[in-house]
Ligand binder design. Structure first.
Ligand code: FBP
Length: 697
């Protein structure tokens, strides 16, 4: 193609450069596929065995003991090398197996490497072993849809994000019928073991499957996956067994890169508040890590809000000899006040911009909302049980749902014993915006969880912030501080005396670097009144242009840009940490299977330490279960770990809150997390949360 000739599209398409840049497989993918994660020392040995560690103890729920008798006494097991195994051990370890694996729940970066690790270990032990991948999540087990996982399939997805290889789904094997179908599938395929890669609910499922399939000799192993980071396991003595589920690091880093960039943009353009909702259905771990990575100005942590105590109200009630239960936990109104306080204080030093991080599950920690969620869960579940139909099908429109609630409130007036939905609930519920009512009445997911990602949490919080800022603007509290030098220069240029006009215009002219217009000056009209009253201008004169200019600059506009970080981070290619973590989890899974374990969850201890100290283990799932309210019923599930407000990571964020708000003259304190670097040097080799929490464990 010469410089002046116009080539045909056919020729252009044949050009090697065009073919290279339009190929789906780019250099990054090639390098990722070729990367070989290091393996924990124990896996360099051809044989591994399990050692019971009874020193790790758990409080066992009676219901868990009753329902999971075959696996409730499982112990924590460490994986250790076996240099000279006996022949019978070798035979058992290396026997030809059939293993099924399934992804369950939302994608999390690193899942493909769990398969790769399992595949490689299984092949090393016996090249005839077959691994099946169940398609589209647990539905694949129920419906018997699986593909054989081959070497070339694994190679295509090594170190790549998503669950694209076999997809995922949120089905739950929660009925006798589904359990029977699953058992049938395992029997038909002749499975020796089933591996469930999932979150708390999926590992709960793994425990029930393990119990159910004991008699069939099918081992079931769980793998702790979820970007939410809420599968964290400690024993009774607070010894950490699983510090973090896989995928968390990548998702948190991916969100942080974007949010860090917004910090840069916002402090350049200085006109927007960026409102960033970040995923994490309930727990605020992702928001906490994002705060540590970016130093955004305001980061809400749901668990912290729930812990809030209004001391004034507590003391007042105590003086009256009563307990005020409303003084515990933060209300939506109070939360909006806290956010506004930060916004107003930044504006006062000329920073009418910034970045707020809101965890998507924050509303779960707000008392009044939690109340609604519990009440509505119960109402919907009772309706379904009584009518043997589905609430959401019977009342598909919001209006119909509201009408049903109205009828319940009416019933509460006629029948004192009917308390689930009274007139006060009804009135409070009517006070909230329709889109949020709709969100609260939305269908729960298959596990009975409230679907926070479907609710515009940020919009709810922001609506209240906006309303309150308007009040603060009207009463003259929300103002933009004007830099003293700028004020002086502007007035000097217009031939006016800044020192004469300063005390007339500003409430803090004496000593402040940023000048705040008096609260009584709220319009050009009130500005003129102030000038006339002080004798600076006559009634017939106009406000001098430089003064008017300064006034306009002091009037804040609250301009926001909403963002949601969730699905994008979930689909990111894994960080090196997640690549290594998940590949070793895959190896751990095989070791557990080859040693006959069932009802165990694969995990790696010491993730916060140098790789040489990582220790693969099996954690018994059954003792981790407890009773929880789901869809209005008490259900046995794996306990979710929410942010511990006594943890070092939270305490650090709390200690730096004021610094990162940066409501003082001068620079902001943003941190640039930088891109996820798969290769090359990077200081970010593991979640900061993990490093900090290890300091006091
Ligand atoms: P898992 O717990 O299944 O890993 O999913 C986590 C999550 O990404 C949450 O952060 C989010 O609230 C939810 O999934 C979104 O669910 P969905 O993919 O169904 O929209």
């Amino acid at each position: 193609m010469g410089a002046n000739t116009s080539a045909s599209i056919g020729d252009i398409l044949k050009h090697p450069e065009v073919q290279k840049v339009t190929d789906n497989i780019n250099q990054e993918v090639i390098e990722r596929r070729e990367y070989k994660p290091p393996v924990c020392k124990v896996f360099s040995s051809s044989y591994t065995m399990l050692e019971d560690k009874p020193q790790f103890e758990f409080y066992v729920d009676n219901e868990a003991r009753r329902r999971l008798p075959g696996i409730i006494d499982n112990k924590v097991q460490t994986i250790v090398e076996l240099q000279t195994p006996e022949e019978t051990f070798k035979e058992q370890f290396n026997k030809k197996r059939k293993i099924g694996i399934v992804f369950s729940g939302g994608p999390a970066p690193g899942g493909h490497n769990v398969i790769a690790g399992l595949y490689d270990a299984a092949q090393k032990a016996n090249p005839e072993t077959i691994i099946y991948g169940f398609l589209l999540g647990p539905d694949g087990i129920i419906e018997g849809e699986a593909v054989e996982i081959t070497g070339s399939l694994v190679d295509r997805f090594r170190n790549l994000g998503g669950f694209t290889m076999i997809k995922t789904g949120r089905a739950k094997i929660d009925t006798k019928e589904k359990m029977e179908l699953s058992k049938k599938t395992c029997k038909r395929l002749g499975l020796d073991a089933l591996v469930i890669v999932g979150g708390d609910d999926s590992n709960t499922n793994a425990a029930f499957l393990a119990q159910e399939m004991l008699a069939d000799g099918v081992q079931v192993i769980g793998v702790p996956k979820t970007i939410d980071g809420d599968i964290q396991v400690r024993d009774n003595n607070r010894k950490v067994l699983c510090a973090m589920s896989f995928g968390f690091h990548t998702a948190a880093r991916a969100f942080s890169i974007e949010i860090g960039n917004l910090c840069t943009d916002s402090s350049s353009d200085i006109k927007y508040w960026h409102i960033c909702k970040v995923m994490g259905r309930v727990a605020s771990h992702l928001a906490l890590e994002t705060a540590l990575q970016t130093h955004a100005n305001i980061t809400l942590i749901g668990e912290d809000l729930a812990d809030y105590v209004d001391k004034e109200r507590v003391e007042k009630a105590a003086a009256e000899g009563v307990i005020n239960y409303h003084a515990y936990g933060m209300t939506l109104r109070h939360l909006s006040r806290v956010i506004c306080d930060g916004i107003v204080r930044r504006a006062a030093v000329g920073k009418n911009y910034g970045v707020i991080v809101i965890p998507e599950g924050v509303l779960e920690f707000i008392n009044e909302i939690q109340n609604f969620i519990i009440k509505l869960n119960t109402i919907i579940s009772e309706y379904n049980q009584t009518h043997d139909t589905d609430f959401h099908t019977d009342f598909s429109l919001l209006e119909e749902k509201l009408e049903y609630l109205r009828r319940l409130a009416g019933r509460s007036q006629e029948d004192n014993s009917f308390t689930i939905w009274n007139m006060r609930d009804h009135e409070l519920f009517n006070d909230i915006p329709a889109f949020f009512q709709e969100g609260l009445l939305m269908e729960r997911d298959s596990h009975g969880n409230f679907q926070f990602s479907q609710v515009e949490t940020d919009k709810v919080v922001l609506g209240m912030v906006r309303d309150y800022l308007n009040i603060l603007k009207e009463n003259g509290t929300y103002k933009i501080g004007i830099e003293r030098d700028y004020y002086r220069k502007t007035l000097d240029k217009g031939g006016l005396d800044p020192d004469f006009l300063g005390p007339i215009l500003f409430q803090n002219y004496d000593d402040a670097q940023f000048l705040l217009m008096k609260s009584s000056i709220m319009s050009v009209k009130t500005l003129k009144q102030a000038l006339v009253k002080a004798g600076a201008i006559a009634e017939t004169e106009k406000v001098p242009a430089p003064v008017e200019k300064i006034f306009h600059k002091s009037v804040p506009k609250f301009k926001t840009q909403p963002h949601f970080y969730g699905y994008d981070g979930r689909g990111n290619d894994p960080t090196r940490f997640d690549c290594m973590y998940t590949y070793n989890l895959g190896l751990t899974v095989f070791s557990l299977i080859a040693n006959g374990a069932t009802g165990q969850m694969a995990a790696i201890r010491n993730l916060e330490k140098d790789f040489s100290q990582w220790q693969p283990i099996g954690i018994p799932i059954a003792p981790l279960m407890h009773l929880e309210e789901r869809k209005g019923k008490l259900t046995l599930v794996l306990e979710k770990s929410i942010v511990d407000i006594d943890s070092a990571a939270f305490k650090v964020v709390k200690a730096f809150r004021e610094k990162w708000l940066a409501a003082v003259p001068g620079e902001d304190n943003y941190r640039r997390p930088g891109p996820i670097r798969f290769t090359g040097k990077s200081e970010e080799d593991r979640p900061i949360t993990l490093v900090l929490n290890a300091l006091d464990s």
